[in-house]
Ligand binder design. Structure first.
Ligand code: NDP
Length: 424
């Protein structure tokens, strides 16, 4: 495109100038990009062709008691009602003693894929016999992680069929999520396999199906605590458990069930500066682990308790990537005050379970729209141009109406303004 040749070589302000010169944006729009670039030097080091810093709102989720300690959880998300939902779900669990979490391992997996393998079983055996040597090659490629007490732990060779073999490395990445360090180690292993075994290496990269960092958050809620709108708590708990069973048998429902869980998880992961695409990929792959896509959480009525459990991979770190360089990520870490990456994993799993509880509770009682619409009305008011005090006036007027949409919000705002000008 004219004017965009070698765009990546231009400075930040030159890049903005091109947008103006080539009539892609008006002077005012370019100024908006400039004003939103709060830390242009940082942005320019984070990504290519940096223009501006795109903002998302950050809110604080409350009431999270996890393994006996209370946490404040910053969440970054544009969707109304997620922070409120997380805090509400967490409040129900707090009253019942809080979340319990467990994790058996914190490691990552990477794979070197070999192609054109004629005898898969014999090659698998041969490579397995080289385990010590290959793990050493991996360790030598990133010695600093070994010094920190981590590094390659095990080798696992899997036959994929069609002449394909996956040589998997399980790696302890300590406090990092580890993508970059794993990739360096895998490339060293790939070189070793190429040079010593003359294998045909197709690729070497970490796996985002991170089954070596599973975390479980659980809770037990006395059913009596769930009573609402004249409905007994037991009845609501049974409906909630039934809703969770629907997500186990129906992928259409499971996708929405899990989207609700990820509303909270993504928001907490983004606030922590971690890679939320990696989190999403891991969660959804795990949801389909037995061949059918299912809900990640389960709820069951056991005696007079509603028991909830969410088990999923949480591939996050407390260092690495943009964690150490984005100032707000550090502020958020201070707010959560978790001990380490494992502590963060446990918070994230608990957020997912709280979010899920709030969504299912709303679904089987009032329906999802009631809570949503109160917050949605604020967005509706802003979308039609309401400013400052007008926003609450539009929301209050909309709440009294049987239906709310943009045209109605516009009409309400016009009336408020007409009335105000008549009173002047
Ligand atoms: P980094 O490449 O930033 O590596 C972690 C850094 O943290 C290293 O420099 C390491 O130091 C340092 N560090 C300091 N203290 C510790 C400690 N206690 N434990 C471990 N490391 C420590 O990040 P990652 O390797 O974690 O990779 C994450 C990034 O990779 C994310 O930004 C992600 O988006 C991206 N990515 C993701 C991919 C995917 O998911 N498919 C693919 C490619 C990239 P030292 O150097 O001394 O070891």
């Amino acid at each position: 495109m004219q004017g965009f040749e070698k765009y990546y070589r231009k400075t930040w302000s030159q890049r903005l100038d091109v947008l103006k010169q080539e009539n892609k944006l008006s002077k005012k729009q370019v100024e908006q990009l400039k004003q939103n670039a709060v830390t242009p030097v940082l942005g320019d080091t984070q990504i290519e062709n940096f223009l501006t810093q795109f903002q998302l709102p950050e809110g604080l989720a409350l009431n999270f008691v996890i393994d006996g300690k209370e946490y404040l959880i910053p969440m970054v998300i544009e969707e109304p009602s997620v922070v409120a939902g997380a805090s509400h779900g967490a409040a129900i669990v707090k009253k019942a003693g809080g979340f319990q979490t467990k994790s058996s391992q914190r490691a990552m997996r990477g794979q070197v894929v070999l192609e054109n393998v004629t005898d898969l079983a014999a090659t698998k055996k041969k490579i397995e016999e080289q385990e010590t040597e290959l793990l050493q090659a991996a360790a030598d490629a990133h010695p600093s992680i070994v010094k920190r007490g981590g590094g390659p732990l095990a080798l696992n060779v899997r036959i994929l069929g069609q002449g394909l073999l996956s040589v998997d490395l399980i790696i302890d990445t300590k406090e990092a999520m580890g993508a970059n360090m794993i990739n360096s180690m895998l490339e060293a292993v790939a070189d070793k396999l190429r040079t010593t075994g003359h294998y045909d290496v197709l690729m070497a990269i970490l796996s985002n199906y991170t089954t070596e960092c599973l975390v479980t958050a659980s809770c037990q809620i006395p059913v009596a605590n769930l009573a609402k709108n004249g409905l007994p708590g037991l009845k609501i708990a049974q409906k909630l458990a039934q809703a969770s069973r629907v997500a186990q048998v129906d992928p259409y429902r499971a996708a929405t069930h899990n989207k609700g869980i990820m509303n909270g998880i993504d928001a907490a992961v983004i606030a922590s500066g971690n890679d939320w695409r990696a989190m999403e990929a891991a969660a959804h792959a795990y949801a389909a682990r037995d061949g059918q896509y299912r809900g990640l959480s389960t709820w069951e009525v056991v005696g007079d308790q509603l028991e909830g459990e969410l088990c999923l991979p949480v591939p996050v770190g407390s260092v690495g990537g943009s964690i150490g360089i984005v100032p707000l990520v550090q502020v958020n870490s201070a707010l959560r005050a978790e001990k380490d990456a494992l502590g963060l994993e446990k918070i994230i799993a608990s957020v997912g379970l709280a979010q899920n509880l709030a969504a299912l509770y709303a679904l089987v009682t009032d329906g999802i729209q009631k809570g949503h619409m109160n917050l949605q009305m604020k967005s509706l008011a802003v979308s039609v141009g309401a400013k400052e005090d007008e926003i609450q006036q539009v929301v209050s007027a909309l709440q009294k109406l049987p239906q709310q949409d943009q045209a109605i919000a516009q009409h309400v705002l016009d009336e408020i303004r007409n009335e105000a000008s008549e009173n002047e």
